[in-house]
Ligand binder design. Structure first.
Ligand code: NI
Length: 163
């Protein structure tokens, strides 16, 4: 277990497709632990495996790392997908792999996400607000997509972070 470097745009791993994983694999368990260690050492609330260079369908989300947010606390999902989404809205978001910018993207206020726990058990979670946004963002990483790929206009919807 260790803190891994977070890959930054335009690293090709962030554009790649990912493979489904077998929860019984010891390699998967080790990568999940690295993701948890890396998330803990970061200023973020969520991480997807491609961000540490593994082209696998693994995400970790913990919106309780942000003040005022609770959600489901720490969630680890293998092979996740979105079952339902509703309440479209445009919202500003950022990414650990794109540290200098934020952008306005279309997301959904409420989602139902399904995947497997690290033990291989099926999990279905209803998420809303900031947590729903975090799941949608991480699932995009598993499709090789960044928020940069979703912004409508580079001139009006991309913002340089203040230092
Ligand atoms: Ni991201």
């Amino acid at each position: 277990m260790s803190v891994r470097p977070i890959l930054l745009y335009p690293d090709p791993a962030l554009k790649a497709k990912t493979a489904r994983v077998d929860p019984a694999s010891p390699e998967v368990a080790a990568i999940v632990q690295d993701m948890l260690d890396t998330l803990k050492a970061s200023p973020g609330v969520a991480l997807a495996a491609p961000q540490i260079g593994h082209l696998m369908q693994l995400i970790v989300v913990d919106v309780s790392r942000k003040k005022g947010e609770q959600g489901h606390g720490l969630v680890v999902l293998l092979n996740p997908h979105i079952l339902q989404q509703d309440g479209p809205r445009v919202i500003r978001e950022g990414c650990l792999s794109v540290p200098d910018y934020t952008g306005n993207v279309l997301r959904y206020e409420r989602i139902l996400v399904q995947g497997l726990s690290p033990d291989g058990l099926p999990v279905t979670l209803a998420a809303s607000g900031f947590e729903a946004l975090a799941f949608q963002h991480e699932l995009d990483h598993l499709d090789g997509m960044l928020f940069l790929d979703r912004i409508a206009s580079l001139s009006t919807d991309l913002f340089r972070r203040k230092r």
